[in-house]
Design a protein around this ligand. Structure first.
Ligand code: 5GP
Ligand code: ZN
Length: 129
């Protein structure tokens, strides 16, 4: 799946944040169950799953939240979504799934490293809490 999408721009990593759980997971100092990785993206199972399938898809680059992105991240953001769709397909979520990007305090974001939740394997309710 590494060739899922070829990104035109080389990655520009601003370095890992010293106190960021997801940066530590990406570098391997905190263990995780990885399910996919490529040059730009790392995906792993959520430690506290809210559905039979609950994966987290994160950029290797430390970006605090969706609200901290600008147009130069459009390709990366598209890649994160495509990885989510591929992982959903691999897991047989043909009936559907949900991709969530909690952003900021009101959005319920608890880890300040941009991440997509891929949730599936059960019917989701709406609206979310
Ligand atoms: P947020 O609330 O920021 O949208 O989501 C953060 C997610 O990260 C939560 O679903 C939480 O269970 C997950 N999480 C927090 N710490 C860890 C960890 O150390 N390992 C893994 N695999 N997931 C974590
Ligand atoms: Zn980070």
């Amino acid at each position: 799946m590494g060739a899922l999408i070829s990104l035109c721009e080389p990655p520009v990593y601003t370095g890992h944040a010293m106190d960021c759980i997801f940066c530590k997971i990406i570098e391997g100092t905190i263990p995780s169950k990885a399910v996919y990785q490529d040059e730009y993206v790392f995906a792993f199972t959520d430690i506290n799953p809210k559905a039979p399938v609950h994966l987290l898809i994160v950029p290797r680059e430390h970006i605090a939240s969706l609200g901290d992105t600008s147009n130069d991240k459009k390709e990366l953001l598209g890649h994160l979504l495509r990885v989510a769709a591929e992982l959903a397909g691999q897991r047989g979520l043909a009936k559907g799934y949900r991709v969530v990007v909690n952003t900021g305090e009101d959005g319920g974001q608890t880890v300040d490293h941009l991440h997509l939740h891929l949730l599936g394997g059960r019917a989701m309710t709406w609206p979310p809490g």
